[in-house]
Design a binder for this molecule. Sequence first.
Ligand SMILES: C[S@@+](CC[C@H](N)C(=O)[O-])C[C@H]1O[C@@H](n2cnc3c(N)ncnc32)[C@H](O)[C@@H]1O
Length: 231
Amino acid sequence: MNDNPTEQLLRSWEANAEAWSDAIANAAIPSRVQVTDAAVMEAILDLRARRVLDLGCGEGWLVRALSATGVEVVGVDASASLLARAREGGGGAFHLCSYAQMAANLERAGTGYDVIVCNFSLLQEELSPLLMSLRQCLRAGGALVIQTTHPWSSRGEAPYKNGWRMETFAPFGDGFREPMPWYFRTLQAWIELLIASGYRIVTVREPTHRASWEPASILFIVTTGTDPASP
Ligand SMILES: C[S@@+](CC[C@H](N)C(=O)[O-])C[C@H]1O[C@@H](n2cnc3c(N)ncnc32)[C@H](O)[C@@H]1O
């Protein structure tokens, strides 16, 4: 890969913003409709969160869904087109910036969050500096909720080892203009990353398709403190 994969990753979201937004609006991703949307909502509502930061909010479906339950939500994303869609849909406050820009200026995102959620939005190789700085945005005892592709079911044909992969979005419909590089992590690598970034793992869930018993995702709930992550 000649280009910096993280920059290519961000560019692909801008290039694919319309196709992605249509895929979400048309419920074209069965794993989301059947399993993972409900799983992330349940995780956040179980924590009885009142203020949530949705990091990598995309076109904003989770901001809208949470705000409909009375939660105050702030969404952050680097794609201007996706964030414009999110703003149109409403439900929260929004900031257009990359994670690196946000980490360099944390007041922008705010502090004292009960929950920071990353729903399929941690896609780059270097994550520890971001995860470490996010601790300052959480209230004491607050939780970071990460839902991501399950290392076992998303490993594909490649060896089970960390490394960059390429998503073509082929199953999600027409109109995707650029493939997206994303960094595959083994389960061990996710756990080591979270611990090295100063978090305590509260629980790990494996939301599963009931028809096939394939895991649709993996969901980590972690906290900074020693107390259970509850309000
Ligand atoms: C798979 S989409 C998920 C969007 C949303 N969380 C959802 O559940 O539909 C990944 C999102 O993460 C955003 N993203 C990825 N890396 C980012 C970064 N370094 N800075 C800001 N946004 C980023 C992309 O722009 C994209 O909107």
